[in-house]
Design a protein around this ligand. Structure first.
Ligand SMILES: [Zn+2]
Length: 144
């Protein structure tokens, strides 16, 4: 069984993505990166005990950029490990961007930028030209 320390109250839990039995805190998004850093995937049992004691004492965690990057890589949300969007979704995003509005692609780009970096960039790459096309089309239709 794996062990993770709650980043809010310092209690033990079985996995980083589970709600804390002590306080109910369930990390999400970047909180998962910090949660991974104080889990047995990253720390020895002794270091975990020390981290739990610090959290219980009210000392905030200040992970460095390098630590967060290591956690991101370990959790798979990295440009090199994110598989990105399948072709069908890319085509759908482009068609929606050109025919209706590029807004969904821009929202997905913003939404996914930390958790799915490759999919996020693909959404931006498909929606930005569609957005320019959309604006030009609106201007042309207004002038005509
Ligand atoms: Zn907790």
């Amino acid at each position: 069984m794996s062990r993770a320390v709650c980043t809010r109250c310092g209690a033990d839990r079985a996995a980083i993505e589970l709600a804390c039995p002590g306080c109910g805190h369930r990390p999400s998004r970047d909180g998962l990166l910090v949660a991974w850093l104080v889990s047995d995937a990253n720390l020895s049992p002794e270091d975990l005990d020390a981290a739990a004691a610090r959290i219980r004492a009210g000392q905030p965690l200040h992970p460095t950029r390098a630590q967060l990057e290591r956690a991101r890589r370990a959790l798979g949300a990295h440009l090199t490990s994110d598989p990105g969007l399948p072709v069908s979704q890319r085509v759908a995003l482009l068609v929606i961007g050109l025919a209706i509005t590029p807004l969904p692609g821009l929202i997905l780009w913003y939404w996914w930028r930390a958790s799915r970096p490759r999919a996020s960039l693909q959404a931006l790459a498909l929606s930005l030209p569609a957005g320019v096309f959309y604006i030009v089309l609106v201007l042309v239709l207004r002038l005509a």
